[in-house]
Design a protein around this ligand. Structure first.
Ligand code: MTE
Ligand code: MO
Length: 376
């Protein structure tokens, strides 16, 4: 049984599949902490969790066409490079997929709105490590940076991903070869002992159990780079999809959700106001400039109060938590729908509903978030 050695997990996590293990925390806990506690951080595994001996661990760095590779041990990564820390969201491309399913079936795990979390990641910067390996991203005339994990499918092929060289150059020192998550060793589920953190980029590229970096003219040939985690319009379905026609998802669009009150919950009897809390986040380092809330289907809007995430607006990799207390409409007839939508620093907005963004893999589901509550 390849799943005989899985790590212990918090019973608070809500699994969407058990082998491989995939789970999200209860939505409401996301707004309790700016940094999601490690044991509650959502988990997205495609394969069994590998067992890695930290003493034998090494990260191999290769340039396509060159015979020699350079290796670093875990100790090297910890001692030979300055320790860099970045607070950054990891969001699965399938976050909120369950809302797309309501329009038409899609293939994928039935994620709610908590297939993302925010943590502080520490390690050596990719740039520093590559430089020590004799590689200068600025001058190297290659197209992609590939990352391979140590988790393997039954044929022995590892999970892998790549990012275009342009992104690697732009993000430079912000890409972290991480060995700590929120100040602790990275837990097994999240990539012990080392994972790559590429801030502002979709979760699928943030390879866990990282043991190989290849600078190449090719993208990663991995299934999840080539045949998955891409977006199409609603008239493309499994009979006519050609995955080679669009690029792999990297930066993701503006996203937000209401974490409190819960959908279907009941407010206090006779309540005349409601306190709403949630998260907002955008890919590409775009900060959140506004979160708008409506209690009348989008006719009128209120502004939520944004909690500072202490990151520059144009280099904002962590999420923005927000809160608002709103007067309930007088004519509510016992129930109210709360809507939220966010705006990022490029003034991108969320679409009002999921119909126009439906896609066969159910990725990038970021329509206005809606919660129904009863007012007894
Ligand atoms: N890395 C490896 N080696 N194997 C994986 O299955 N899953 C990816 C990414 N890195 C994956 C991986 C996907 S799709 C996501 S969304 C994130 O890890 C999830 O990270 P987390 O489990 O730490 O939340
Ligand atoms: Mo993912």
């Amino acid at each position: 049984d390849p799943y005989a050695n899985e790590p212990l997990r918090s019973p608070a996590l809500i699994p969407s599949s058990s082998t491989p293990f995939n789970a999200e925390p209860p939505l409401s806990i996301l707004v309790d902490n700016f940094l999601t506690p490690n044991d509650l951080f959502f988990v997205r595994n495609h394969l069994p969790v590998p067992i890695v001996d930290p003493k034998k661990y090494h990260l191999d760095i290769t340039v396509q066409g060159k015979r020699k590779s350079v290796s670093f041990t875990l100790d090297d990564l910890k001692k030979k490079f300055p320790k860099k820390t970045v607070a950054s969201v990891v969001q699965c491309a399938g976050n909120r997929r369950s809302e797309m399913v309501k329009v038409k079936a899609v293939k994928g795990l039935n994620w709610g709105a908590a297939a993302l979390s925010n943590a502080e990641w520490s390690g050596a910067s990719l740039d520093d490590v590559l430089k020590k390996a004799g590689i200068d991203l600025e001058s190297l005339d290659m197209e992609h940076v590939q990352f391979d994990g140590m988790d393997m499918d039954p044929t022995g092929a590892p999970y892998g991903a790549s990012i275009p060289m342009e992104l690697a150059r732009r993000l430079k020192k912000d890409i972290i070869i991480a060995y700590e998550m929120n100040g602790e060793e990275i837990p097994r589920d999240h990539g012990y002992p080392v994972r790559i953190i590429i801030p502002g980029i979709v979760g699928a590229r943030q390879v866990k159990w990282l043991n190989k970096i290849t600078i190449s003219n090719e993208e990663s040939s991995c299934h999840w780079q080539q045949k998955d985690y891409k977006g199409f319009h609603a008239s493309i379905d499994w009979h006519n999809v050609d995955f080679s026609t669009v690029p792999a998802i990297m930066e993701t669009p503006i996203q937000s959700a209401i974490c409190e009150p819960a959908n279907g919950s009941e407010l206090e009897e006779g309540a005349d106001e409601v306190t709403v809390k949630g998260y907002a986040w955008s890919g590409g380092g775009r900060g959140v400039v506004r979160v708008d809330l409506s209690l009348d289907g989008g006719k009128t809007w209120h502004s939520a109060e944004l909690k500072p995430n202490n990151q520059p607006l144009y280099k904002s990799y962590a999420w923005t938590l927000w809160e608002a207390t709103l007067p309930l409409p007088k004519d509510h007839k016992g129930k109210v729908e709360i809507i939220c939508k966010a705006v990022d620093s490029s003034y991108n907005v969320q679409p009002d509903n999921v119909d126009g963004i439906w896609n066969l893999r159910g990725v990038l589901s970021n329509a206005w978030y809606r919660v129904q509550v009863k007012v007894p």
